[in-house]
Design a protein around this ligand. Structure first.
Ligand code: KG4
Ligand code: ZN
Length: 367
């Protein structure tokens, strides 16, 4: 059983930093360990356009870009939160602004090691100068806590569908920081399926938004594929999922001529999106029937998908369950979600914040 929040009731203000993949992000977040957390600022410098020509994230380039962006992004986050007069300020002014935060928080993993090191090093140096402790945060926990950045916090037990480029799982949270993994993908993540299918169909990177836009064109035009794509493991009786078969099915359909490119591009994108959404929604509702949560939450980069949001909203309403979807700027990688997890951690146990020089990046950190 989890102890009552040690510091619940006292508002904590945290500067959070996230650089685990290809977004350099910083945010100022406040919270007291009850209800929701509030983002006072949320700055994201996305490198997506830079990596697009490689068809995926190119690790060395990501680290280099983080190095260039990290300090300006942190200064802008402090400025937008009203803690720094000018976003161009550096040195002493940035250090002085940190007098107004209780602690820093930084993503220590999982992620690309070169990317993580830029964020952890910047956080450690700033915290050392300002004499503040740092909360070492898990990127995944951040995605889960993005659900606590809305106006209404989700009620426990919360059934999470977490969907991103690296993860797809169903997690039951009975209380803060108590996680039960109910099921997950046995191969590719849902975001990865979007990205890989988009590549086969000649759509850009990142694949999720590209598929979504093309799928909407097909819906508007009323076009669809003659032959449906599979919904793997739907009705398998387990809460595990599989998405690698979908990519193979799209590839074979192209090779067989069932999908003719570029003419069938939009129709194929529509069917791909429907197949992924049907599978995710089916598994979430199977888990809800089995575990009887008080609320549902959708988090992670793929939560930006409008078709998925709509489908889950319909099914949750039919089941009489409130659905919490991370507010839009907090779905794909951002620092506000890291700050949200951090304010709840700090409220529960101030010793979760450690001296700056003990912070270490861990590329394969687990939840
Ligand atoms: O959470 P995230 O930003 O990074 C990871 O931690 O992986 O998720 C990135 C993933 C990518 O696979 C991207 O294609 C997907 O989220 N994504 C979307 C949409 N926006 C981003 N997938 C479907 N529809 C979208 N609108
Ligand atoms: Zn992420």
């Amino acid at each position: 059983m989890i102890a009552p929040m040690e510091h619940a009731g006292t508002t904590t203000r945290i500067l959070a930093i996230e650089s685990s993949c290809d977004e350099t992000a910083a945010a100022v977040v406040e919270g007291n360990g009850t209800g929701s957390a509030t983002a006072r600022s949320n700055v994201i410098a996305s490198q997506a356009a830079l990596h697009a020509r490689f068809g995926g994230v190119y690790p060395d380039l990501a680290a280099q870009e983080h190095t260039i962006n990290i300090i300006p992004v942190i200064a802008l986050a402090l400025h937008e939160a009203g803690l720094l007069d000018s976003p161009e300020a550096n040195g002493q002014a940035v250090r002085d602004a940190l007098d107004h935060v209780d602690a820093l928080a930084v993503t220590v993993g999982p992620g690309l090691i070169g990317s993580l090191l830029v964020g952890t090093t910047a956080a450690a140096q700033l915290a050392l100068l300002a004499g503040k402790p740092i909360l070492p945060m898990n990127h995944w926990e951040g995605h889960l806590y993005s659900a606590f950045l809305g106006t209404e916090p989700p009620a426990f037990p919360i059934l999470f569908l977490t969907v991103s480029g690296g993860h797809t799982s169903l997690i039951l949270m009975r209380d803060h920081f108590q996680y039960e993994l109910l099921g997950s993908t046995v191969d590719d993540a849902a975001g990865e399926a979007f990205d890989k299918c988009a590549r086969i169909l000649g759509l850009g990177y990142p694949g999720g938004p590209a598929i979504s836009a093309a799928a909407n064109d097909a819906r508007a035009a009323g076009t669809q594929l003659k032959r449906k794509l599979p919904r793997p493991m739907l009705g398998s009786g387990t809460l595990d999922m599989s998405f690698s078969g979908l990519k193979t099915a799209v590839l074979y359909a192209v090779e067989r001529g069932d999908i003719r490119l570029p003419g069938d591009q939009a129709a194929a994108a529509r069917e791909t999106e429907d197949a992924i959404v049907d599978t995710l929604a089916g598994k979430l509702m199977d888990a809800a029937a089995q575990y009887q949560p008080a609320s549902l939450a959708l988090v992670g980069g793929v939560a930006a998908n409008a078709r998925l949001r709509d489908e889950l909203a319909t099914r949750a309403a039919a089941a009489g369950l409130p659905l919490h979807v991370a507010p839009m700027p907090f779905t794909t990688d951002n620092a506000a979600m890291i700050g949200a997890a951090a304010v709840f951690r700090y409220a529960l146990d101030q010793h979760f914040a450690v001296p700056p020089l003990t912070i270490e990046a861990n590329a394969s950190l687990r939840l």
